[in-house]
Design a protein around this ligand. Structure first.
Ligand code: PML
Ligand code: MG
Length: 225
């Protein structure tokens, strides 16, 4: 199996990213698809696009995807998952600031203090593949989001993850906990690059091994509700 990754930018500012793990025979069509996705993007004209293909050498770990839910409010979810309002407010600041992080920001669920030291890059969930074994079709965007959310929440110290897309016209976000992926509609105004991923954790987490799991361990996420 091979890990295939794409990221594109304008003036070093993040425009788009995608990734999967696939068989050798599927690499060509995957990079074609990622080229189109990353190069022709509503977020702006691209002046840099990186495609990376790497052979997967470590064993792949398999996880069941979180179940998808609708109709919950963010405030209720935040409260139920043990994240404070102060932490949510700080998380929203990272989402609303001018920086488009490529990855996630990790905050203490109690105080909202930033715990990772990845600056403007953020922590990227990489080396994962999504397999839909259910009869319900999911858009490519939701498949990716569900795979990433499943990886992020697979740790006993993670309370929840808030994600809002930084794509101009996509306003649905989600809040995921180890108990489910909750879609949240109308999370921002259209034509806004505001967006990002915030992971709320218990600050006794062993951050280095958690980040190594997210960024390096090959992961397969099976959706079969
Ligand atoms: C993104 O576009 O990067 C994030 C996608 C969030 C998907 C939310 C949903 O529709 O379930
Ligand atoms: Mg995007």
């Amino acid at each position: 199996m091979y890990s295939v990754k794409m990221r594109s930018s304008q003036n070093t500012s993040h425009i788009s990213g995608a990734e999967t793990i696939c068989d050798m025979k599927d690499i060509e069509k995957t990079i074609q698809n990622y080229f189109k996705k990353g190069f022709f993007h509503e977020n702006g004209e691209v002046d840099f696009l990186n495609l990376k293909i790497e052979k997967v050498t470590q064993p792949i770990q398999t996880f069941n995807a979180l179940n998808i839910y609708e109709n919950h409010t963010l405030n209720t979810l935040i409260q139920q998952s043990g994240v404070s309002h102060a932490a949510l407010t700080k998380g929203r600041h990272y989402i609303q600031n001018e920086i488009n992080y490529r990855g996630a920001i990790i905050l203490c669920a109690k105080t909202g203090r930033r715990l990772d030291s990845t600056k403007e890059r953020g922590v990227r969930v990489t080396h994962f593949a999504f397999e839909n074994h259910s009869t319900s079709a999911l858009s490519e965007r939701v498949q990716d989001a569900l795979a990433i959310a499943t990886c992020i929440s697979h740790h006993s110290h993670v309370k929840g993850e808030l994600c809002i897309s930084d794509d101009l016209s996509y306003t649905t976000g989600y809040y995921a906990t180890p108990l489910g992926y909750h879609r949240l509609h109308h999370m921002k105004a259209t034509n806004s690059r505001e967006g990002g991923r915030i992971i709320f954790v218990d600050d006794s987490i062993h951050l280095d091994s958690y980040i190594a799991f997210l960024e390096k361990t090959p992961k397969r996420i099976i959706y079969n509700p």
